[in-house]
Design a protein around this ligand. Structure first.
Ligand code: GAL
Length: 666
């Protein structure tokens, strides 16, 4: 449960970077902005523990007291993401080694080997010291464990990591024969006779073994997870009733952790989300990320631990937000289930590597657009207090799996142009535009709440996952599968007899050869659209052709098929249709499956619904440049203005957000 009342509001607070008189101005301005919770101490290790085992808590004591006196809660961090220099001087072996064998130095942050025993000991020591000192401090309402596990050190290729990897493999395979079988090591003379022969997939002359790489990614995710769990145990022992979180990065540029394995270990699921400057429709990325995080949280509310008020500082060019974007972004996360909205960071830094990163209180001070927006957002979030605790309502599930992502993006695939997130987004986008609520699910999830399940490029799937998806269709559901799905098992071994392997029977098709398309190449489809990226020579084995190629080497071959499987329906989308064609197809699929939009809205107006115990909350976000009129219940109230809606419709001006409370629908 997210601490506090209403929607939490705040950001990372790093007062140690400022003289103490500034802290008083900070808390005064926090109150002015309606800030309710800040994350403190994330990078304070060097100040909290000036030498091994010697602590200086005086500054943190004063910070926490000051926050508490001002009614602001603390999400207190274990500072373990940034070990101090003294630690590395004592333990140079804890520094990580990259894939090319290059040893890294300290001098930034998160530069440690996740398998290092010295790091683990030191991290648990400072975590315990912090936990024991502050377990009963009234300001502390949540633990912020570490920071963005794996952001900079998801992989370390040193000898210590190699030994830990071997330990993980022994636990998984028990004997070398099983490992050799799973990895297919008869290929290229890779057979292992001794556990000690196995090393991390370091830079090597040609393509490394795919299963070796896949197990390495699983190991790296698990290795960091074990660090998280160890810290969480320390915190639980000291303060059993304070919930623990760590901030995920469900973002386009991070794929190192299998968050399905992590999420159940968190008391509160939280996420960091930043916009990609080059994404012209980053609102879709926000929605996708929010839906995924809510799904990781089991449908329960989650915490947006970080996003930015304006530009970040780590992209080639860092775009500022346009008028109204700060508000739309924050409320869009709330619309997808966030009950806490926080930023990196409270006060813009004047020194250090992030001096050009935006903040709630910019370099320019309070006479600034960002500050005015931050204060206004505080008032908006206060007005949305009753939304807290409400959940999503999706009847469509999109299958998302980190193992499938890792395997699909291994080298030596039929096409390196096929990227997992691109596939997910290309299917998600038309659903977003149509106002269709979506959850994300693991392949083996309980699907009974859904009418329609979509599996874009689910390249790797194990037997249990595949059987779960196909039995969903057999029992009356609708399953739509994207190209290059079901191709390999959990060891990344190809399923024989034709593609798409695990789904062939349920889809009523059989492909004997893949025909990926070159960059820029496209082929025509019956019905008028075009397709790019991928094609296959699909033969019908019970299914009907919905669309076929009308140009190129596969002229006459089905590109999209439909099949009756059991009492349900299956679709195979064996190519990448152009966006309009894919949108029309998904519209038909979801129409036949009886899936309705949350609300029909004009183009550019996002609609998302949260369901409370007594009411529905409809979020309408106008990303377009025209005022929109949208039908709502005659009983509706607009929460941000606290006005009753008259005549059963609302007007949403361009760039604006409207949140409607309606009587709960069935
Ligand atoms: C996150 C990190 C923050 C800050 C932020 C800048 O990755 O957790 O500490 O660096 O990025 O965008």
């Amino acid at each position: 449960m997210i601490p506090g009342h209403g929607i939490a509001y705040g950001g990372d607070y790093n007062p140690e970077q400022w003289p103490e008189e500034v802290w008083h101005e900070d808390v005064r301005l926090m109150r002015e902005a309606g800030v309710t919770m800040v994350s403190v101490g994330i990078f304070s290790w060097a100040l909290l523990e000036p030498a091994e085992g010697e602590y200086d808590f005086s500054r943190m004591d004063r910070i926490l007291d000051l926050l508490h006196e001002n009614g602001i809660a603390a999400d207190l961090a274990t500072p373990t993401a940034a070990p101090p220099a003294w630690f590395f001087r004592a333990h140079p072996e804890a520094l990580p080694v990259d894939r090319d064998g290059r040893g890294l130095s300290y001098g930034s942050r998160q530069t440690f080997c996740p398998s290092s025993p010295a790091y683990r000991t030191a991290a648990l020591r400072i975590a315990r010291a912090v936990a024991e000192r502050y377990a009963d401090h009234p300001a502390v309402e949540m633990w912020h464990v570490h920071n963005e596990y794996g952001c900079h050190n998801a992989e370390c290729y040193c000898e210590v990591s190699a030994e830990a990897f071997r330990g993980w493999l022994r636990a998984k395979y028990e004997n070398l024969a099983a490992l050799n079988e799973a990895w297919g090591t008869t290929f290229w003379s890779q057979w292992y006779y001794d556990w000690d022969e196995i090393i991390p997939p370091r830079a090597t002359g040609a393509v490394p073994n795919p299963t070796h790489q896949l197990d390495w990614r699983r190991f790296c995710s698990d290795e960091l997870l074990s660090l998280y769990k160890a810290e969480r145990e320390v915190l639980r022992t000291a303060a059993p009733s304070i919930p623990a979180t760590t901030n995920f990065m469900v973002m386009y540029n991070f794929d190192a952790l299998d968050y399905w394995r992590w999420a159940p270990e968190l008391d509160v699921v939280s996420n960091d989300h930043y916009l990609r400057s080059t994404d012209p429709e980053s609102q879709i990325d926000i929605a996708l990320s929010g839906d995924l995080v809510r799904s990781l949280a089991g449908g329960r509310p989650w915490f947006l631990m970080e996003h930015s008020t304006g530009a970040v500082n780590w992209q080639p060019v860092n775009r500022a937000k346009t008028a109204g974007e700060l508000r739309r972004n924050a409320l869009a996360h709330v619309a997808r289930g966030a009950d806490g909205i926080a930023y990196f960071q409270w006060r813009a830094a004047k020194a250090g590597a992030e001096q050009w990163h935006s903040a709630m209180l910019p370099h320019a001070g309070t006479d600034s657009q960002i500050w005015r927006d931050v204060v206004a957002l505080g008032a908006d979030l206060k007005a949305l207090a009753e939304v807290r605790g409400s959940t999503g309502t999706a009847s469509v599930a999109v299958v998302w799996d980190w193992n499938a992502r890792w395997a699909l993006e291994l080298p030596s695939q039929p096409s390196e142009q096929v990227r997992y997130l691109d596939q997910i987004r290309s299917w998600y986008e038309p659903l977003w535009r149509a106002g269709i609520a979506v959850d994300f699910v693991r392949p083996d999830a309980d699907l009974s709440a859904y009418r329609l399940v979509l599996a874009p490029s689910l390249y790797l799937v194990d037997e249990a996952g595949a059987a779960n998806l196909t039995s969903f269709a057999e029992a009356g559901g609708t399953l739509a599968v994207g190209f290059h799905s079901g191709a390999v098992d959990e060891n990344s071994h190809v399923r024989l007899g034709g593609y798409p392997g695990a789904f062939r029977h349920a889809l009523g098709v059989r492909t004997d050869e893949l025909f990926p398309l070159l960059p820029g190449e496209s082929v025509e489809l019956s019905g008028g659209g075009t397709a790019s990226l991928w094609s296959e020579r699909v033969a019908l084995a019970g299914a009907e052709a919905v669309t076929s190629y009308t140009s190129g080497p596969l002229t006459g071959v089905p590109a999209v098929t439909r099949h009756t499987h059991g009492t349900g329906t299956t679709w195979y989308v064996a190519t990448q249709p152009d966006p309009a064609t894919l949108a029309a197809l998904l519209d038909r699929i979801r129409g036949e499956a009886g899936v309705e939009p949350v609300r029909v809205t004009p183009e550019g107006v996002e609609a998302a619904l949260r369901r409370g115990e007594d009411a529905d909350y409809l979020f309408l976000i106008n990303h377009g440049d025209r005022e929109a009129e949208i039908e709502v219940s005659a009983e509706a109230t607009e929460l941000l203005t606290a006005k009753r809606v008259l005549e059963g419709s609302v007007h949403v001006p361009p760039g604006d957000v409207v949140v409607i409370r309606e009587p709960r629908s069935a």
